[in-house]
Design a protein around this ligand. Structure first.
Ligand code: BGC
Length: 820
């Protein structure tokens, strides 16, 4: 941002009237900031988010590279790889006209019930910080802004708009603020998002923490924007360090605009505060190339499929591999039974604002077939799934020309005022209707398509959405239904899991039927700026009992069974928390029956967050794959066949049961973090409980021995920073090259302070060939030995134990370091 120093920014502010300045402090529309030619400011565009760059439209016409879920990125424990994903997202952002990404989400995995768990990195503040710093450096290094969110303690979704989180100062500092602090200080984040919730009595968009911590303590010079509609008060929010209320415009959303102008004129809000906010907006614009004279960075080109495929494989956690069933040996491999509904329909992302429309997805079935394996598929169970949107091969354009549907928009007088030709049956207009402009002009819209039966039987056709819908087949009315939002539902739930209306239609093989779906747009709760719904179709299938029997028979007669179980974007989503960690429906029963029929059973768990795996000890192999992004199926084939290492280690503990986990449910509007410092592995250690799979756990396809640990070794200190240098020597004792994530945990026996039994202090990955011994250096930051007491960071002088190994539960080497 050469040339745009503080004086330049201030002189631009000085050119503006107070009206112009206040206008800049609320978004111009759902995603963009106001342009202000008098300040040399162009329109600056924000966009979610963590799974890919959505852009300003939100449908299949403007697709986005879908990266693996943030849990997957953290599971790589690989900062270079995550920085590369940051660069990929920057290239995507520029391609889609986006300046500021609304990511990363660095709230912690306080509890696995958290609906946005998949969207956050880890339960551990250090791992979250390291991954977050790499992500932001990768992104911002290419000239696209990061928005670190959600500040602070938005670690679950229930009552997120109003809940007051009660958390003690030490826990706040050592756990929840720690990733934000590292990212602000080390990566210099350009934006931070203030969350919906309150903390210790103040709603975050008005909280004194914004100024006291971000500005005064951390010297943050970036912008604080509100989460969407989180700004509630005119003056209190203006006096707090909130700079930008999103979305806009002010006349529709939020309490700034004219009310703030009035407060400034009346002297209730100091104009100097407004100037500071505008400086921060201009600084952000300068950084992303949005201020005249700023030269935007052109991000380096990226081989997107290759990067996504390698990253997904690097995130898969091989949690169990009895008798070395994996990798499968392609040469002698007979028929592969591929089982489970998640095997056919790729589940590549979680739900909510992080949803994007990928250009394609590779399902496990596609991936294994493309790899040349002899694969037979059986869903095994379907009963738990929400009906999917209509798609190929059934969905055809009205003229039968290909997959898709036509949309026509009607004015109140019944005239056609616009149309769209679409390739899919998911409709989401959130920022007006591009085909027409102002949403007020539209009264009704109509979807037309043809459904052609591939096999005879009962098809279920319908809609999921909110408002009034009429479905007609060959001009006969099938239903006329008004679907209403559940009382008290969050906007996230409304968007991700709205009510469903289905009706049966019997079709003969090859029979075509012309469909018209009409929707009265003014009945949508989002009518002011759009509407959203999906046209649904479920093809004929057997009962769950029949499907399960067929899957078990297939497994019994196959060489190996690969069962893909998991959740979906409607189970793991923004806007609500999970109330159970069990796999939905009869998937546990399916796994047990398949494993009983074929001892060579691999279970692939396709979920963004931990689920319970009560059968884990009964199956030969368990591979945890997260929501793997658009290249999921290819990466799965690579890992199952040993063409890539399953590189992941758990970024969060996978519990064996729901016993003792922190609750996400507020009590009378208050969510108390009574567990304090003891979340994740810190809680399991304290309670002496064994998880199913511990934090840091995961194996590759070779074996390792931990040979030695040396403290205060000679280490290149790239950041020149202080800290404790540790060198760990490991040997690859297996027969394949491999990669090991060496983890170092600190502990403090005989401490005068209450502490976790151990905590992650540093980590590094290392590659070695068979028989090779390598030494890896890890710099443990000073902060890893400090605790928060009496309003500051402090070191309890004395000896800390350092333990090195391959997970929080396997630490064969120990040493000590004495600090004063
Ligand atoms: C989410 C944010 C997101 C914003 C804009 C909110 O509901 O909490 O994470 O960036 O919407 O889509």
């Amino acid at each position: 941002m050469s040339g745009h120093d503080e004086a330049d920014l201030r002189s631009r502010v000085a050119r503006l009237s107070v009206e112009q300045k206040v206008r800049l402090l609320t978004g111009a529309d759902f995603w963009a900031l106001y342009p202000e030619p008098d300040a040399g400011l162009r329109r600056v565009v924000t966009s979610d988010g963590p799974a890919g760059v959505r852009g300003e439209t939100w449908d299949e016409r403007d697709t986005s590279a879908n990266v693996p879920s943030p849990t997957a990125l953290a599971a790589t424990w690989d900062c270079d790889r995550v920085a590369a994903i940051g660069r990929l997202l920057a290239a995507e952002a520029r391609r889609k006209g986006v300046d500021v990404l609304l990511a990363p989400t660095v709230n912690l995995h306080r509890t696995p019930y958290g609906g946005r768990h998949f969207e956050c990195f880890s339960e551990d503040p250090l791992l979250t910080a390291r991954i977050g710093v790499a992500y932001v450096r990768g992104l911002q290094g290419q000239g696209v802004g990061a928005t670190v969110k959600h500040f602070i303690c938005n670690d679950s979704e229930t009552e997120r708009m109003s809940v007051d989180v009660r958390v003690d100062e030490r826990t706040l500092r050592e756990l929840y603020l720690a990733p934000f602090e590292a990212i602000v200080r080390e990566a210099g984040a350009w934006a931070v998002m203030a969350s919906y919730n309150g903390v210790n009595g103040s709603t975050m968009t008005e909280s004194p923490l914004l100024r006291a911590i971000l500005h005064d303590e951390w010297g943050y010079d970036g912008l604080v924007m509100s989460d969407w509609t989180a700004t509630r008060a005119t003056e209190a929010a203006a006096r707090a360090a909130l700079d930008l209320a999103m979305p806009g415009p002010a006349k529709r959303f939020g309490p700034w605009g004219d009310a703030l102008l009035e407060a400034v004129r009346a002297g209730r809000v100091d104009e100097a505060l407004i100037d500071d906010k505008v400086v921060r907006i201009l600084r952000l614009a300068a950084r992303v190339g949005g201020l005249d004279g700023a030269v935007p960075v052109t991000p380096a080109p990226v081989d997107v499929p290759r990067e996504l495929r390698a990253t997904a494989a690097a995130s898969f956690v091989l949690a169990r591999n009895e008798r070395s069933l994996l990798p499968l040996d392609r040469s002698g491999l007979g028929r592969v039974a591929l089982i489970g509904p998640n095997a056919e329909l790729a589940r590549t992302l979680g739900g909510g604002s992080a949803t994007v429309y990928p250009p394609y997805t590779v399902s496990p079935l596609d991936g294994l077939r493309t790899a040349g394996l002899d694969v037979t598929f059986a869903p095994g169970t379907l009963g738990h799934l929400r009906t999917a949107s209509a798609r190929a091969p059934w969905l055809l354009r009205p003229d039968g020309s290909g997959t898709g549907a036509d949309v026509r928009f009607f004015s109140p007088s019944g005239e056609v005022i616009g149309s769209e030709q679409r390739d899919a049956a998911v409709f989401r207009w959130m920022n007006g209707f591009a085909a027409i402009g102002a949403p007020e002009q539209i009264d009704r819209l109509e979807i037309s398509c043809v459904i052609r039966a591939t096999e005879p039987g009962t098809y279920q056709l319908g809609v999921t959405g909110i408002g009034r819908f009429r479905l007609l087949a060959d001009e006969a009315l099938i239903f006329d239904e008004t679907l209403t939002v559940r009382e008290g539902a969050d906007v996230g739930e409304t968007l991700m899991a709205p009510p469903v209306k289905l009706a049966p239609l019997d079709l003969a093989a090859g029979q075509s039927v012309t469909i018209r779906l009409e929707h009265d747009v003014h009945t949508s709760p989002m009518a002011a700026f759009g509407t959203f719904f999906q046209f649904l179709l479920e093809a004929p299938h057997g009962t769950d009992d029949e499907e399960m029997e067929a899957a078990v028979a297939l497994a019994a007669s196959s060489d190996v069974a690969v069962v893909v179980v998991g959740t979906t974007a409607e189970v793991e989503s923004e806007g609500f928390d999970r109330t159970s960690l069990a796999l939905p429906g009869r998937q546990d029963e399916l796994v047990r029956k398949v494993a009983a029929a074929n001892p060579r059973t691999v279970v692939v768990v396709n979920s963004g967050a931990p689920v319970l795996l009560p059968w884990a000890g009964e199956v030969a192999a368990v591979l945890l794959t997260w929501f793997g992004g658009q290249e999921f199926g290819n990466a799965l084939a690579d890992v199952l066949l040993g063409e890539a290492e399953p590189g992941g280690r758990l970024p969060t503990t996978w519990p064996a049961s729901e016993e003792g986990l922190p609750s996400a449910q507020p009590d009378d509007g208050i969510l108390s973090y009574t567990e304090g410092l003891f979340i994740g592995y810190r809680a399991f250690d304290r309670d002496g409980r064994d998880p199913l799979f511990p934090f840091g756990h995961g194996g590759g396809y070779t074996t390792w021995s931990y040979e030695s640990v040396t403290v205060d070794c000679d280490l290149d200190r790239p950041s020149g920073g202080p800290g404790v240098a540790v060198c760990v020597e490991v040997r690859n004792t297996g027969s394949r090259p491999g990669r090991e994530v060496v983890q170092v945990y600190a502990s403090r026996p005989d401490s005068a302070v209450e502490r976790p039994a151990k905590w992650l202090a540093g980590f590094a990955a290392v590659d070695a060939d068979p028989g090779e011994t390598v030494t890896v250096g890890i710099l443990l930051p000073e902060r890893a030995f400090q605790h928060w007491a009496d309003g500051g960071w402090t070191l309890e002088a004395g000896t800390f134990t350092l333990a090195a190994g391959s997970s929080s539960a396997s630490l064969p080497l120990t040493s000590g370091v004495t600090l004063k």
